[in-house]
Each structure stands twice: as C-alpha cells, then as structure tokens.
Design a protein around this ligand. Structure first.
Ligand code: HEC
Ligand code: HEC
Length: 175
C-alpha cells in the first residue's frame, strides 16, 4: 500500500476504524502475528491457493479506484466501518486485520475469486466479530474508569493472536 493511502487511512475519523488501523499500522503486532502465522498453511493448502497472487490480481482489478469508497468498488460491503473507507484499505484489512490475525489465508472465509459471495459461514462470523469488537471499543471499554489509554482499544489480534480459536490458557493451546 502506498504511503499516500496509508496517510489517508490513518486520517479516517470513524472511531471503529481504530480497530483495524491498529492491526495494520502497529508493526509490533504484525511482527508477532507473522511469527505465529508462518507455520499455519500446510504445503497442500499453499500449493492450492496462492494468497500473494490473489491479492496482486485484486489490486490490478481495482487499479485507479484505490481511494474510492470500498462499497462502490466492491459488490457486497455491509460492515459499517468498511463503508466509506478506501477500496485499497479493504484489501489491507483482509490481509492483515483478518487473515493474519486468525493465522489463516483468504480461503478460510472465501471461495477464491468469488469474494462477494456468502459461500462460507466464516465470512458472516467475521462481520459479527467486527460488530462485537466495535461494541467493545465504542461502548464497553469506554465505561471502564481509570484505564491507562485515552482510547483503550482491542482488535481481532487481541483475542485471536494467529489462531482461529482464541486460547483460554497462557501455556496450553485449547484447539
Ligand atoms: C475472517 C474472514 C475473512 C478472511 C480471512 C478474508 N476475508 Fe475477505 N471478506 C470478509 C468479509 C466479512 C467481507 C465482507 C465485508 C463487509 O460486508 O463489509 C469480505 C469481503 C472481501 C472482498 C469484497 C468482495 C465484494 O465484492 O464485496 C474482497 C475482495 C475480499 N474480501 C478479499 C479477501 C482476500 C484477498 C483475503 C485474503 C488475503 C480475504 N478476503 C480474507 C471476510 C474475510
Ligand atoms: C473478544 C475476543 C475476540 C475478538 C476481539 C475477536 N474474536 Fe473472533 N472469535 C472469538 C471467539 C471466542 C471465537 C470462537 C472460538 C470457538 O469456536 O470457540 C471466535 C471465532 C471467530 C471466527 C470463527 C472461526 C472458525 O472458523 O471457527 C471467526 C471467522 C472470527 N472469530 C473472526 C474474527 C475477526 C475477523 C475479528 C476482528 C474483527 C475477531 N474475530 C475478533 C473471540 C474474538
């Protein structure tokens, strides 16, 4: 993503966008998730689906329209915090905010090249997770007094940490 776009994204005033912005723009989180996500795809899955190629193809398809609102460029955008944000940002959210956070690739939620379809239940789950996270950030955390941050924030990575099923235990994986 170009710096010009990054700057534009960071300026988006919608509160909920902080949720994704943190995952995308905090290099520490990206590094940690990288380390966790690295061993996840099996060789068979990697051979069957080339995520880098899929993203490159989508970037090519939206060329010249990167800064237009996601819902104008794509076909089936329902999430409030994605509506009105630039199309290029949606791809970054998919790659870093969603796939890396959960330690999966695009095929966990999509049939490749049918990005607008609702083939997999995980896609709708992700929407509901985004709504949950927005409510935690927008309502619940705001009600807790004496926290260190002015705007205490969680995102997908906070819980998932590179796993589909968030851990309940610090030392033993529960999935
Ligand atoms: C955890 C689930 C999840 C993962 C993983 C995921 N997506 Fe998505 N994707 C979604 C959801 C949910 C939407 C719809 C967002 C909305 O309704 O606002 C979406 C929408 C899209 C769209 C817009 C399609 C349209 O025309 O409406 C594209 C393109 C897309 N994803 C590409 C990708 C790519 C490429 C990857 C892998 C890098 C990926 N996604 C990974 C959940 C996911
Ligand atoms: C507050 C913690 C929390 C946050 C934040 C969170 N999740 Fe989850 N997520 C969970 C839990 C708990 C489950 C259920 C795991 C299980 O099956 O027991 C889950 C399950 C899911 C699943 C279903 C996975 C599967 O295939 O079974 C998806 C998809 C998902 N989350 C996406 C997201 C996305 C995308 C975000 C960020 C917008 C997010 N989650 C943020 C806690 C969280």
């Amino acid at each position: 993503m170009r710096w010009r776009n990054r700057a534009a994204l960071m300026a988006i005033p919608i509160f909920g966008s902080v949720l994704f912005a943190v995952a995308i723009f905090n290099p520490k989180i990206v590094r940690e998730v990288d380390a966790q996500a690295a061993p996840t795809p099996t060789p068979a899955a990697t051979a069957a689906f080339d995520q880098a190629a899929a993203i490159a193809k989508l970037r090519e398809q939206i060329k010249g329209r990167e800064t237009e609102p996601a819902e104008k460029v794509f076909k089936n955008i329902q999430t409030p915090m994605l509506k009105g944000s630039p199309a290029a940002r949606l791809l970054a959210v998919m790659e870093f905010g969603f796939a890396r956070s959960l330690g999966v690739n695009c095929t966990h939620c999509h049939v490749p090249d049918k990005w607008e379809a609702e083939d997999k239940p995980q896609k709708q789950t992700a929407r509901e997770m985004a709504a949950m996270a927005a409510r935690i950030n927008g309502e619940l955390l705001k009600g807790i007094k004496n926290l260190k941050s002015a705007t205490p924030t969680i995102n997908c990575t906070t819980c998932h940490r590179g796993e589909v099923k968030p851990a309940l235990n610090l030392s033993v994986k529960n999935n």
